[in-house]
Write a new protein. Structure first.
Lengths: 222, 295
């Protein structure tokens, strides 16, 4: 049943996944072309000073990409379910309804973590060619909140999309906007290095919020 | 005979608007029950309650021994559900959707699905979203046949189908249900052709059940009488002998469970002068409209 459920989810998100990977890769390519250009053509000294002493982020272009990917995967996974109330088909499968919902979320999470792992590797590893270990470690620390925002956005997108009532949709959207905004408060590298663990705790709670929408759907609030 | 479905004292409201109160019906094993009614009379509400998508204000539905509010995966596997407009996972193609569903049902009958698909003029890679309504109805039916459930719940399956597909769907379904001893619960607001399918019928009107009986009994006991009255302002009291009537100038169509003799005697007792009195044969659709009215 896991296999069948993942098969359906993959059919829904495969295009969005490929698109996300392509956009992320092109952005990273652009970032390193820019780094190379700065080192070779313009002022490498100032660039180094900015990164080491002023904690500038040299890959700011990447900032909202994980967020966009999270929303895109969420929409491509859950919109087809609510169109024509197809969620009824999913909830009618011979599975516990909550398990069916959680399996969908588990697939989306697996998909996102895979995409994020690939993009993190593409972003961080080439950095070792240009920068010392400390800068690369700080870079890794910097992108964690962005990926966390992407995960939160995915779960919240699922919650909003499955939610049957518009007033709740609006409420969740406002709440989600405020929550995700927290991940983008600082533009300094490593600014969140002591905060992302509590954030991940909150995201874990958000991850099961879709169950609430499913429960309300089954109560007939559609 | 064993009941596959037992609905007891079902009552439901949307806000203050009553859908129905104390609705009771059973579906016997191997029978085909049609829930007929105009739009908005509560047909889909009943289907939603049966499938556990809606909690009634009071009352309960027992399906294969379980309350519909909490159906186990096993009981769900024994219910084939066709959603209004033949909704399926339209982002899949014929091959993908079969592969997907087969993973959930241990007794999946792949051949039953592909036999039906072979009759469609579509390729296995064709997406369901690009198919006509008639073709989508066959995909949805094929999936239910492959699932091989004990109970088939079909929500307004005639919607959007042209007469050919409607006939094909009904004939295929009836043959299958009778040959395999399946129980069917179906709703429809298009009554044409339902006569060919259902054994028993429930006719809903707004807030009430007008009829719950075998179709054959309904068709033999419910009658239409046409006649012309001298006084065009004549009115009839509904509820007693007269179930319903339609009037156009001097022509009257009167619907009743009473015999011709009883109706004539009633007209005489009311002092109503009439001529050209005759009993008119009806189809199920005529009877349905006669009972529920044109409006």
């Amino acid at each position: 049943m896991w296999k069948s459920m993942f098969y359906k989810e993959w059919i829904k998100v495969r295009l969005a996944s490929i698109l996300s990977l392509a956009v992320g890769t092109v952005a990273i390519l652009g970032i390193y072309l820019n780094v190379r250009h700065t080192f070779i053509i313009t002022n490498a000294h100032e660039f180094w000073d900015g990164i080491i002493n002023q904690r500038h982020i040299y890959f700011k272009l990447f900032k909202y990409i994980p967020l966009g990917i999270g929303i895109l995967i969420g929409l491509s996974q859950f919109l087809p379910e609510v169109k024509d109330k197809r969620i009824k088909l999913t909830l009618h499968l011979p599975l516990n309804e909550e398990k069916a919902g959680l399996k969908m979320v588990a697939f989306g999470l697996t998909c996102l973590l895979t995409l994020y792992s690939i993009l993190s590797a593409l972003l961080i590893l080439p950095g070792r060619y240009y920068f010392p270990y400390e800068v690369v470690a700080l870079s890794a620390n910097t992108i964690i909140p962005w990926f966390s925002a992407g995960l939160a956005a995915y779960f919240i997108t699922g919650l909003i999309t499955i939610e049957p009532l518009w007033k709740y949709k609006v409420f969740y959207t406002l709440l989600g906007f405020a929550f995700i905004n927290l991940f983008y408060q600082s533009d300094l590298a490593g600014a969140y290095q002591y905060a992302w663990l509590p954030f991940l705790g909150i995201i874990s709670l958000v991850s099961i919020s879709i169950l609430f929408s499913i429960y309300r759907f089954r109560k007939g609030e559609m | 005979m064993e009941n596959i479905v037992e609905c007891r004292n079902l009552t439901h409201y949307y806000g203050d608007k009553m859908v129905y109160e104390d609705l009771n019906f059973n579906i016997k094993k191997g029978s085909i029950l049609g829930l007929l009614g105009k739009n908005g009379t509560g047909k889909t509400t009943t289907i939603n309650i049966l499938n556990g998508y809606l909690t009634p204000r009071s009352g309960e539905c027992i399906i294969l021994g379980e309350n519909s509010k909490n159906l186990s995966p096993y009981v769900k596997s024994q219910i084939g559900y066709l959603i209004e407009n033949h909704v399926q996972y339209a982002f899949m193609n014929i091959y993908q959707i079969e592969k997907f569903y087969s993973g959930f049902y241990p007794n999946w009958k792949r051949d039953a699905y592909y036999d039906l698909m072979a009759k469609l003029k579509v390729t296995p890679k064709q997406k369901i979203s690009t198919m006509s309504c008639g073709q989508r109805s066959q995909v949805a039916l094929g999936l239910i046949l492959a699932q091989d459930p004990q109970l088939l719940v079909l929500d307004d399956f005639t919607m959007g189908l042209d007469p050919g597909y409607r006939r094909l769907f009904i004939d295929y379904l009836r043959n299958y249900a009778k040959a395999e001893g399946k129980t069917v619960f179906t709703t429809s607001h298009i009554i044409q052709d339902m006569e060919r399918l259902i054994d028993e019928c429930i006719v809903f009107d707004y807030n009430k059940v007008l009829v719950y009986m075998p179709v054959q009994e309904f068709m033999t006991t419910f009658k239409q009488f046409d006649f012309e009255v001298t006084n065009p302002n004549v009115e009839f009291d509904k509820g007693g002998l007269v179930e319903n009537y339609e009037k156009m100038d001097n022509s009257i169509e009167l619907f009743s469970y009473s015999t011709e003799k009883e109706v004539k005697s009633y007209l005489a007792s009311q002092g109503i002068e009439y001529s050209n009195f005759k009993q008119v044969p009806m189809t199920l659709e005529d009877a349905f409209i006669g009972l529920t009215g044109k409006y």
